[in-house]
Every structure is written in C-alpha cells, then in structure tokens.
Design a protein around this ligand. Structure first.
Ligand SMILES: Nc1ncnc2c1ncn2[C@@H]1O[C@H](COP(=O)(O)OP(=O)(O)OP(=O)(O)O)[C@@H](O)[C@H]1O
Ligand SMILES: [Mg+2]
Length: 299
C-alpha cells in the first residue's frame, strides 16, 4: 500500500505548488484589472486633430497621495507650432506638468486647456492620439525592437519604422544588432544601453505623427550632438508640431521660443534664453555652472 501511495502524494505536492503560484499571480493580475479609472470625461467634446495649443491658468495640483501641492499657480502657454522648454531643479514639478498635459492625473476644471477645450472635456483617447509623450522613465517590452517602435500598431510598415528610427538617431544602432529590427529586447535578447532605450521610445512616440510632442528629459543619456540632431529633425519635419522639451541640459533648449524655469512647484522665471541670461536669476546661475562644467571636462 505504501508503494502505491508514493506517486499520488508526489502529484498532490505538485498540484499544491501550482495552485499557490497561480494564486500569487492571480492576485497581482487582479490588482491591475480592478484598478479604478479616476479619469472621467463628463461631457466629451469631439475634436479632430489638435492644433497643439496648451494653456495652464493658475494651475495648482496635488498628487492624490501627496501632502503638499506639486505645482502651484502655474501660468503656462504653448502656442501652436512653437518649441517651449521647461527647466528647473530636481523635484520642481517638471514631469508633473508633462503628466498633466498627457492627462495621466485628474485636474480641477478651468485650469488646463488644449486648443481652448478644458482637458476634463477631452476624451483620453483623443489625447493619446494627439499627444506624443515620451516619459522620463522609458519602458520597453520583451518584444522585437521593431515592434517596440510600432507599439502594437501592426499596420505600420517596416519602412515607416525605419524612417522614424532614423529621426531618433537609433537606426544605425539597430542595424548593428544580430537580427536587426527583429532582435528581441530584454532578458531573452539584446541588452540595450540607457541611451538606446531612450531613443527607441522617442521613435515610438514620433511614429504617431502627433501635433503635440512632449519630451520629458528623455535625452539625458544621449550625447549632446545626437540630442541636437534629434531636436533638429523634429523641428524640420513637415507637420507643424508644438514641442515641449523638459531638460536638465540647458544647451538643448537655448533655441526655444520660450523657457519656463521651475523651482519648488512654481514658475520663477520665463522668457527667451538671452533674456533669462541677462536677468541674472536661477536660469543664469544654472547656465553658468553647466558652461563651466563643460569647460572643465574639455580640459
Ligand atoms: N506619483 C506621485 N505621488 C506623489 N508625489 C509625487 C509623485 N510624483 C512626483 N511627486 C512629487 O511631486 C514633486 C515634483 O515631482 P516631479 O517628478 O514633477 O519633479 P521633476 O521636476 O520632474 O524632477 P526631476 O528633474 O528629478 O525629474 C516632487 O516633490 C515629488 O516628490
Ligand atoms: Mg522629472
């Protein structure tokens, strides 16, 4: 009898193991599936393609989990087709501004408008279609490089993928991988450098051809020359885009139409590069320091 019991007992142990593992995974899955959407659109206004006009009026925002406002009394404007920069100290609220425009968090009514429509009346889908947002933390799937750029839209042709990879200055790197655009990213494939990941996510954002592009410090791991090249090809493309660039490197933003300087959730300065340098405030100090650092590096 003992002999007959061995196999069933082993199988039993096995099954218990599988059930436990399944339960742990299920719990994690349900956490995602049960997450409630706190972004609601009451009376959605149907808009076609955006012009890329963003306005913040005396915007104050506190994170749902935060104790103090991450942004306070922000007045901000991006005119259609212009290039606007947001710079400032760490933790000053730059990424928060980007996230609000991408409608990742709910804002009060009457504070944030896109093309004159309150963001609360724009369906999230309309925003996803019209805003190319490259977040500060890049995220790539364990998929082929090509599909990471396509991001689920299989109708995009290989030529198109290549064209945008070129705009994001990543084409040559990809050609260098063993299987080119078919190389798998991540644990099972190629390990990418920070800069390569950033450029792939830029290509992914640009392929949407959106009229409003937000780059959240997504060129930090790219050298200055490549950065300048990417920004230039963005500006020169045929569609009239509004571009919001968030950067720690002031050199990348000197040619912006307007630069907003943030500190501790507030806008402390704004204007064109030359004016800000002349004003002798926070921007000027940051700029001087970076120029000095660059000089020291050269020596
Ligand atoms: N999800 C969140 N929940 C609560 N507080 C947050 C959250 N994200 C950011 N904060 C807080 O909001 C403030 C602004 O953060 P934000 O990420 O916008 O700064 P940043 O200017 O982008 O900084 P960095 O230059 O380091 O990227 C910080 O004080 C931060 O602690
Ligand atoms: Mg940030």
């Amino acid at each position: 009898y003992l002999g007959m019991l061995v196999w069933p007992m082993t199988a039993f142990g096995w099954v218990i193991n599988i059930i436990q593992r399944g339960r742990a995974s299920y719990r994690r899955l349900m956490e995602v599936l049960e997450e409630e959407n706190n972004i609601t659109t009451n009376d959605p206004v149907e808009v076609g393609s955006f012009e890329g006009h963003v306005v913040m009026k005396n915007l104050t925002f506190t994170y749902p989990t935060g104790s103090r406002p991450a942004l306070e009394n922000i007045d901000f404007e991006v005119k259609p087709g212009s290039k606007i920069a947001i710079v400032g100290t760490t933790g000053s609220g730059k990424s928060t501004m980007a996230k609000l425009i991408a409608r990742l968090y709910p804002v009060e009514e009457g504070m944030l408008f896109i093309d004159g429509v309150d963001i609360n009346n724009l369906r999230p889908e309309a925003i996803r279609d019209n805003v190319a947002y490259v977040p500060q933390e890049t995220f790539l799937f364990s998929e082929t490089v090509g599909n990471n750029i396509r991001f689920g839209n299989m109708e995009i042709s290989d030529e198109e993928v290549e064209r945008y990879a070129k705009v994001a200055s990543i084409h040559e790197d990809i050609e260098g991988f063993s299987k080119g655009y078919k190389t798998i990213v991540g644990e099972r494939g190629v390990t990418l450098s920070g800069g390569q990941k950033q450029r792939i996510s830029i290509a992914r954002a640009l392929i949407k051809e959106a009229p409003l592009v937000i780059l959240d410090d997504c060129l930090s791991a790219v050298d200055t020359e490549t950065e300048a090249e990417i920004l230039k090809s963005l500006k020169e493309s045929e569609i009239n885009r509004s571009i919001i660039v968030i950067s720690h490197r002031l050199k990348a933003v000197v040619d912006s139409d307007e630069i907003y300087v943030l500190h501790d959730g507030r806008i402390v300065e704004k204007g064109a590069h030359a004016d800000l340098v002349e004003a002798g405030g926070l921007y000027q100090r940051m700029y001087e320091r970076q120029m000095l650092e660059e000089k020291l590096e050269e020596e």
